[in-house]
Design a protein around this ligand. Structure first.
Ligand code: ZN
Length: 260
């Protein structure tokens, strides 16, 4: 193991939650356990490249200073640089432009990677437009994120390192309820924008339908106890506020989102 002379080394400090995302790399020397990295600068590389080589996707970084001045991730890392990297400070407002994200989203719409597919149903139940298809590969997701201005949720660091994904979150939890909890905390979502008016399967808004029109499709108990129905015109699925609805509502409220 060789030690670089200080003249060729840059310091990167990953603050807050970012320090827990840093992964050991053969090149970097960990100066302490508080997220300070001494990085030998041996090639022309942007701060983004170096930060991501250390395991932290650019989507997780919300502020950068170089030698105490505001910067962005595109700057070349130079020997002697002292770089500070800052995490998100919840609640993040995706509609406000920032230095690192000059193109804000006009509204909060999601794009969900297959490794967190369970969160799709929960987001749609809250009323969010949450695009997902199990066949979409990383290239397709990056393309859709850019074209449709969507916020990407994933557990895959490599996906979130893609430059075309400006807005996204590396989720830590393994289960959908935990993943939704991380998402709503980050984005400051405390109330469902439009609960139970979107098809959980197709992601399109459902429309109210008269009971009389769907009577032939109802089981006797449903016919007896429920009067309000909504229909998905894409898949013809019928929704009413039965036991499935009550369980889903309980799950969402346990996560901390108010319904209605
Ligand atoms: Zn549908």
């Amino acid at each position: 193991m060789s030690f670089e002379s200080d003249a060729r080394v840059a310091e990167l400090r990953f603050s807050g939650e970012l320090s827990s995302l840093v992964r050991r790399s053969g090149r970097a020397l960990f100066a302490d356990c508080g997220g300070l990295i001494r990085y030998p600068v041996r090639r022309r590389a942007s701060i983004k490249d170096v930060v991501e080589a250390l395991g932290v996707p650019h989507t997780e970084v919300y502020g950068v200073t170089v030698n105490s001045r505001d910067s962005d991730l595109g700057r070349l890392l130079c020997p002697g640089d002292r770089v500070m990297l800052f995490p998100a400070v919840p609640p993040v407002d995706v509609t406000v432009p920032t230095r690192l994200r000059p193109a804000p989203l006009s509204e909060l719409r999601f794009l969900v990677d297959e490794n967190v597919a369970g969160v799709v149903l929960l987001l749609r139940a809250l009323g969010f437009d949450a695009a997902y298809h199990r066949t979409w590969d990383d290239e397709t997701i990056a393309d859709l994120a850019e074209r449709e201005h969507r916020f990407v949720l994933s557990r895959d660091r490599a996906l979130l390192k893609r430059t075309r994904i400006m807005w996204g979150r590396l989720l830590q939890s393994q289960d959908p309820d935990g993943q939704l909890a991380e998402t709503v905390r980050l984005l400051g979502i405390t109330r469902a924008p439009a609960p139970f008016v979107r098809c959980l399967r197709c992601n399109v808004p459902t429309t109210p339908v008269a009971k009389q029109e769907v009577l032939h499709r109802l089981e006797p108990k449903t016919r007896k106890y429920f009067n309000e129905f909504r229909l998905c015109k894409a898949c013809n699925r019928l929704y009413w506020r039965g036991s499935h609805h009550a369980r889903l509502r309980e799950r969402l409220e346990a996560i901390g989102v108010k319904i209605g």
